[in-house]
Ligand binder design. Structure first.
Ligand code: UDP
Length: 403
């Protein structure tokens, strides 16, 4: 893991000085993050970079996981989907399963933080353990149009927190507690985002039998219906009628996402329609994700709903032209026709991809603009600064804090 000074060449000395100043005021505090998976998905991705850097800054930061069986994670995946606006039926049994596992975690998870930072709905009920310490609930989901039944259920817990954190302005809710808007971030020095030598990229392509003989269109995502992998294939097939190219759909699973296997099977089946579609089941390996993104001509992120979409930031940081749906946190990252192309449909995605494949100079310019936008707004150092300010503000509830 890099040291905080190593970020100076990327973001400048003053940003790091600020971080030192703020973290110095939290030296006697323990920050405890809790979520439901150590690998897979954006939350684990961010915590794996954030926690060591906070420690390097001298803030005693730990990361704990709740435990749950398949029945619990099936329910929380359902919660996730319907909070994102997907239709599904919730039964009393679902809520009972959620509460039974939550009670077990309330009994078993050790809470020792001065500041307890709970990520997403899965561990939300731990707030029942609140004592004199400070608690924040960090929602990574696009809850701009949530299923009311599940939101009402979560509202038995949320007002007991000291603060709620959302990723985008459109996600904020009517709450009696303080709300903060803090966008996620990527780490420019991680194996996923650092510049790779050509040989390493080629070795990964060779491992998966991918040749560089035609343009590569790639979506990296968990196999999740909300990432619309079947829609990506549809869009690709339309592009392919006009431009010879290949498609990579690559993703692994997450231990709190039991739906992945079934979606993967459906995608595999549909991929039989074209010999240039590569469906890759990835191990948890940042270098491989990096290599595939870097080797791509165009990156697509055709999500139907998206909390933030770290994969978009990762691609833009690599100065790639990106075609992505205009949902969730994606428009924070892409200004249409400036730092990428936004789409609203399969046809729109296909049209945008074709345009980028046919206009390499335009594609290059979008990618360059995208990289600078990420540098200015979505790197880990900005995120660290805002978390430190959030932590400090929790000890000064009467003051207004502008992040
Ligand atoms: N990711 C990965 N391997 C995979 C699929 C995804 O490392 O096989 C990473 C991806 O690079 C990104 C994160 O998981 O850093 C996904 O975050 P995002 O916000 O895009 O979506 P989420 O999965 O949280 O809905």
């Amino acid at each position: 893991m890099p040291k905080i000074e190593e970020y100076i060449p990327i973001v400048g000395q003053s940003v790091i000085d600020d971080l030192r100043l703020l973290s110095g005021r939290l030296k006697d505090k323990v920050v405890q993050h809790v979520n439901s998976t150590a690998v897979g998905g954006g939350v684990a991705e961010i915590l794996s970079r954030m926690v060591p850097l906070l420690k390097d800054l001298g803030v005693d930061t730990r990361w704990d996981l709740i435990k749950g069986g398949e029945d619990f994670f099936e329910v929380t995946k359902k919660f996730h989907n319907v909070l994102h606006g997907r239709q599904d039926e919730l039964t009393q049994r679902d809520f009972d399963v959620f509460m039974a596992t939550s009670q077990k975690n309330i009994d078993e998870v050790n809470i020792y933080g001065d500041i307890v930072f709970i990520h997403d709905p899965q561990p939300i009920a731990l707030i029942k353990k609140k004592s004199q310490n400070k608690w924040a609930w960090r929602c990574h989901i696009d809850v701009s149009n949530p299923n009311q039944k599940v939101w009402d259920f979560l509202m038995q817990f949320i007002p007991n927190y000291d603060a709620a954190v959302f990723s985008a302005p459109g996600f904020s809710q009517r709450l009696s507690i303080r709300q903060f808007l803090i966008a996620p971030s990527i780490d420019p020095l991680s194996d996923k985002n650092r510049e790779l030598p050509e040989e390493e990229i080629n070795a990964v392509l060779a491992k998966y039998g991918i040749k560089k003989d035609k343009p590569i269109i790639t979506q990296i995502s968990r196999f999740d219906r909300l990432k619309d992998p079947l829609g990506v294939i549809e869009a690709y097939l339309r592009v392919k009628e006009h431009v010879d190219c290949q498609l990579i759909l690559a993703g692994g699973g997450a231990s709190d996402d039991p739906e992945g296997v079934q979606v993967y099977e459906e995608v595999k089946e549909k991929a039989k329609l074209d010999k240039d579609i590569h469906i890759l089941l990835l191990p948890q390996n940042d270098l491989e994700v990096n290599a595939l993104q870097t080797a791509s001509t165009v990156i697509i992120q055709k999500s139907i709903r998206e909390g933030f979409g770290l994969t978009v930031a990762e691609a833009l940081w690599k100065a790639k032209p990106v075609v992505a749906s205009n949902v969730g946190g994606i428009p924070l990252q892409i200004t249409h026709k400036y730092s990428g192309l936004l789409c609203h449909s399969i046809e729109g995605a296909a049209f945008a991809i074709k345009q980028l494949l046919n206009s390499p100079d335009y594609a290059k310019k979008l990618g360059q603009n995208g990289r600078e936008h990420i540098r200015n707004n979505f790197l880990l150092t900005r995120h660290l600064r805002e978390y430190l300010l959030l932590f400090l503000s929790m000890y000064h509830p009467e003051d207004l804090v502008y992040l």
